[in-house]
Design a protein around this ligand. Structure first.
Ligand SMILES: Nc1ncnc2c1ncn2[C@@H]1O[C@H](COP(=O)(O)OP(=O)(O)OP(=O)(O)O)[C@@H](O)[C@H]1O
Ligand SMILES: [Mg+2]
Length: 260
């Protein structure tokens, strides 16, 4: 299963991605958590020790790797390079592992518009589409906020988008845009997780804005989650309640994914 976690800025994509990844790992799945946000911080939320976390070099910044694989100098827009670089060994070689979760940090590319075809971009896109899985493999992609980047294709080929929303109109608007874009790039399944919920009214507000079968559940506003961020710990290790709520979400996801 390969899923991309999307949504408006600050709604809790990274928090949820980290908890879901840790939970799948604990269940015995082989998990690759992909940090696809140029402002990468998934490793922190996964609870990686600082020294490992700080040693991570994003794939797009491995200039030699990029140029070796694409036979181009990094950033050499307009020159000749391979559009089908070898990537199958990259996850093994460049993932950092902690708590059973393998983290792959993509980094950023100077996109120069949605039609960008720089070598870094070609490598990232091919790498993501190559993360094809064996049984019991799960890929969780923590995406950049918003929708602009979705057209660039790193999330193409995922089985589903999970859009994280808050009980407010602005993040729901992003959800509607993601849904439309998903359709355009062939991702038909779009699920929703409501985060930072305070009460049943919040749940209802979100439900009123969704179609049947889209909601995976809710994570309540939780002081332990905030504290975990402040003390650089994984929310998975600090909040039992949020963990239970993520578990219910994961179970529903599995149910919907296996009953298709
Ligand atoms: N259920 C929750 N209760 C309380 N605070 C939360 C909850 N979920 C997330 N937060 C807090 O909200 C902030 C943003 O969370 P997070 O970084 O996961 O969002 P994001 O969508 O990944 O943001 P960005 O768009 O910047 O990548 C963090 O301070 C986090 O601790
Ligand atoms: Mg984030």
């Amino acid at each position: 299963m390969k899923i991309a976690i999307t949504g408006k800025g600050g709604v809790g994509k990274t928090t949820f991605s980290s908890m879901l990844s840790r939970m799948f790992a604990e269940d015995g799945y082989r998990v690759v958590a992909v940090d696809a946000d140029p402002d990468a911080n998934l490793g922190l939320a996964l609870g990686f020790p600082k020294d490992i976390y700080e040693s991570i070099v994003p794939i797009s910044e491995m200039k030699k790797l990029v140029s070796d694989r694409t036979a181009a100098d990094a950033g050499s827009f307009g020159k000749m390079f391979k559009i089908n670089p070898k990537v199958d060994d990259i996850p093994e070689k460049y993932c950092k592992e902690h708590n059973g979760v393998r983290l792959l940090t993509l980094g950023t590319v100077d996109s120069g518009g949605s039609g960008c075809v720089c070598p870094e971009h070609v490598l990232l896109k091919r790498l993501c589409s190559h993360l094809i899985l064996q049984n019991k493999d799960v890929v969780v992609m923590d995406m950049e906020a918003g929708i602009e980047h979705l057209g660039r294709g790193t999330a193409q080929g995922v089985d589903a988008f999970i859009v994280v929303v808050e009980p407010g109109e602005r993040s729901l608007q992003t959800y509607r845009k993601v849904k439309k874009l998903g359709n355009d790039i062939g991702v038909k399944k779009v699920f929703v997780v409501g985060n930072k919920i305070r009460n049943k009214d919040d749940e209802q507000f979100i439900m009123n804005n969704l179609e049947d079968g889209e909601s995976l559940g809710f994570i309540y506003y939780n002081q332990d989650v905030i504290d975990s961020d402040r003390s650089n710990k994984s929310p998975y290790d600090t909040s039992e309640l949020a963990k239970q709520q993520v578990e219910a979400i994961k179970n529903k996801l599995m149910l919907l994914e296996t009953s298709k």
